[in-house]
Design a protein around this ligand. Structure first.
Ligand code: ADP
Ligand code: MG
Length: 414
């Protein structure tokens, strides 16, 4: 893969696909619903992670056009999505603050406004296109539809730099279809992320312990399949753990459950057992009667959760058990918070796991948007982990051994 640092960019206009998909407060915007422009960024980690490449291009006197997505805009066409938001306005403002120079936000993605800005930018200036997902073509399954948008994006610039690691697993117009249309290279963030993930897949030091949590069992099951045979221990917590406990015949009350996946979960546990991988599930829980920051936390001292209660965090015995299972690790990969860390009463499990991993001597990698936000929220020392990945799905798919469309597109020489 060609490096952006090796491109001759002076006096050129460079389109940088970055991942600026930051969590917003309020309803999050990421979950849709709130009016555009009324959000604060609750964790700017992904913006900060994009700075090295943008700064390098500015320093070398390129005009930099940044393309990024935010959340999942809803609506059948551009107008509906742009009206519903979320706009990249707060991201443009934060990026300008961090860069210490103005960032012009285009009023559209690859239309009139973007074209005018692109053709009048001076070297060293930075512009941001509006939320690329306002264009329904960005995520279209139709190659021709995506190709048309890619053509409009490519027309804005002379060169393309792929640096949005968190979106690399998406076969989207700005990620997959645009790089072949311009001379292209990978940005510093993407190269750093890939270097770390390669270390995890090629002969990791043992014991290699993987901690999986978070809400979506379906997303994480495939990676379990691939980790069997690679990892020595698998610690499973968070919302996904209840499907595993249910598969073992435990009562889980009103906890998160993916009924459709129980069969797959059983098969994954059988495979792990055959391969000699130790699977560790929660042995106790912190529960509540509802999913609410103000709900009263109660400890359930065994694996079974009574009806009328839902598990929102791992309990104290599980915190100790997980810490013990991490104590001798030489390699750790952690994706997905073990509890609803956004609610302070249910954040102890996430804190305990973060601290246990921070004491490990060896390669420690945190992947996942929410996991990365959680560890930053906990204000652990900056060197607590070897690497905090900006990619959740992208890191998982890499570890599954799948080709990431965005990387494939950058690997092909232009
Ligand atoms: P990541 O973004 O790090 O990949 P996910 O998106 O899979 O992680 O999951 C993060 C979400 O999982 C968090 O918002 C967290 O509140 C939620 N979560 C963790 N534990 C539970 C639980 N026991 N019940 C419901 N949700 C949970
Ligand atoms: Mg997430």
């Amino acid at each position: 893969m060609k490096r952006a640092e090796d491109l001759d960019v002076t006096g050129q206009t460079v389109l940088v696909r970055a991942d600026l998909n930051v969590p917003l407060d309020g309803d999050g915007g990421l979950r849709g619903g709130a009016p555009p422009g009324q959000h604060n960024i609750s964790d700017d980690g992904r913006i900060r992670a994009s700075l090295p490449t943008i700064r390098d291009l500015i320093r070398r006197e390129a005009a930099v056009i940044v393309c990024a997505h935010l959340g999942r805009p809803k609506g059948d066409d551009y107008a509906a999505r742009a009206a519903g938001g979320p706009s990249l306005r707060p991201v443009a403002d934060r990026l300008a603050e961090l860069l210490g120079q103005p960032v012009t936000l285009a009023a559209d993605v690859a239309g009139e406004s973007a074209s005018v800005i692109a053709s009048t930018m001076a070297p060293g200036e930075v512009a941001l296109l509006e939320n690329v997902r306002f264009e329904p073509a960005e995520t279209s399954k139709d190659d021709g539809v995506r190709g048309e948008l890619a053509g409009r994006l490519a027309a804005l610039a002379d060169l393309y730099v792929g640096d949005g690691f968190g979106a690399m697993h998406r076969k989207h117009a700005s990620v997959y279809d645009t790089p072949p249309l311009l001379p292209h290279a990978a940005g510093q963030l993407v190269l750093a992320e890939v270097a770390v993930l390669r270390q995890l897949t090629n002969s990791p030091a043992r014991p290699y312990v993987v901690v999986l949590g978070g809400a979506k069992v379906a997303d994480k099951l495939a990676v379990i399949g691939n980790l069997v045979g690679k990892a020595d221990r698998l610690l499973i917590a968070g919302g996904m753990a209840y499907t595993f406990l249910a598969a073992q015949g435990h009562k889980i009350g009103g906890s998160l459950l993916d009924t459709d996946r129980i069969g797959e979960v059983k098969a994954a546990m059988d495979d792990a057992a055959k391969a000699g991988v130790e699977v560790v599930l929660p042995v106790d829980h912190v529960v509540a009667d509802r999913f609410d920051a103000d709900a009263q936390p109660e400890i359930v001292p065994g694996p079974d959760i009574p009806d009328g209660r839902m598990g929102l965090d791992i309990g104290p015995a599980t915190r100790e058990l997980f810490a013990a299972k991490l104590a001798d690790a030489k390699t750790v990969f952690w994706n997905g918070p073990p509890g609803v860390f956004e609610f302070p009463a249910f954040a102890a499990g996430t804190l305990a796991v973060s601290e246990a991993i921070s004491h490990v001597t060896g390669l420690t990698v945190v992947g996942g948007g929410d996991s990365a936000a959680a560890v930053r929220q906990l204000k652990l020392p900056a060197d607590a982990f070897t690497h905090i990945s900006t990619g959740g799905g992208a890191s998982l798919e890499y570890l599954e051994g799948r080709d990431l469309p965005g990387l494939t597109a950058l690997e092909e020489l232009s």
